[in-house]
Design a protein around this ligand. Structure first.
Ligand SMILES: CC(C)(COP(=O)(O)OP(=O)(O)OC[C@H]1O[C@@H](n2cnc3c(N)ncnc32)[C@H](O)[C@@H]1OP(=O)(O)O)[C@@H](O)C(=O)NCCC(=O)NCCS
Length: 163
């Protein structure tokens, strides 16, 4: 049994969250770009730029040695500069990524659940995200209570309520 723990994400986690943002952006190996190219893309960079801003919240998973292995975080976007999964002002949009060698071991689900608790504690009623339909992660989101509210050509915007 592999063990990991979840802790709140801090400002000092910016570099690692950047790594996980690259993983999320590069979910399809066929379309993966180098780290620098991903993080130069303003539409991607906006999910992490200036971390940790007021309103940002998230969780980091660490292995037994305290090495970060995955992260999930929420950020608010303005209506005039919406994220891919924007649904409304005040609804944080999530980003999720797990190191490849740690996938399929429950880390992603544990992070999603931890972030939902953080969102509730911060007074949010909903969380949103955008996922490409070909990404199996969509099934994980459905099983964690996310519902598709808008469909694009290849991707869906999903929302869950926070209790
Ligand atoms: C998506 C991602 C975050 C999921 O994290 P994870 O730690 O691998 O997920 P979990 O181990 O918690 O698994 C969640 C469910 O997905 C299933 N799953 C895991 N890997 C899978 C795979 N490669 N194919 C199909 N299903 C898979 C698991 O079986 C599990 O379901 P179960 O609990 O019913 O068994 C992770 O795979 C990842 O970082 N992928 C690349 C980045 C990405 O796609 N981010 C999301 C962008 S929207």
């Amino acid at each position: 049994m592999t063990s990991f723990r979840i802790r709140p994400a801090a400002g000092a986690d910016a570099r690692f969250l950047g790594d996980m943002l690259v993983e999320a952006s590069n979910w399809s190996v066929a379309r993966a770009r180098p780290r620098v190219a991903v993080l130069e893309d303003p539409k991607v960079l906006r999910y992490i730029a200036g971390w940790k801003r007021p309103g940002d919240f998230g969780s980091v998973a660490e292995d037994a040695h305290g090495v970060p292995i995955g992260a999930c975080w929420g950020r608010l976007f303005p209506a005039n500069e919406p994220g891919y999964g924007f649904v409304a002002v005040g609804v944080p949009e999530l980003t999720l990524g797990v190191n490849p060698q740690w996938r399929a071991q429950g880390v992603g689900r544990a992070l999603l659940q931890a972030v939902a608790v953080q969102a509730g504690a911060a007074g949010h009623a909903r969380l949103s995200l955008s996922v490409e339909r070909a990404n199996f992660a969509q099934r994980l989101y459905v099983s964690e209570g996310f519902v598709t509210v808008e469909s694009g050509e290849d991707s869906d915007t999903m929302v869950r309520t926070v209790h």
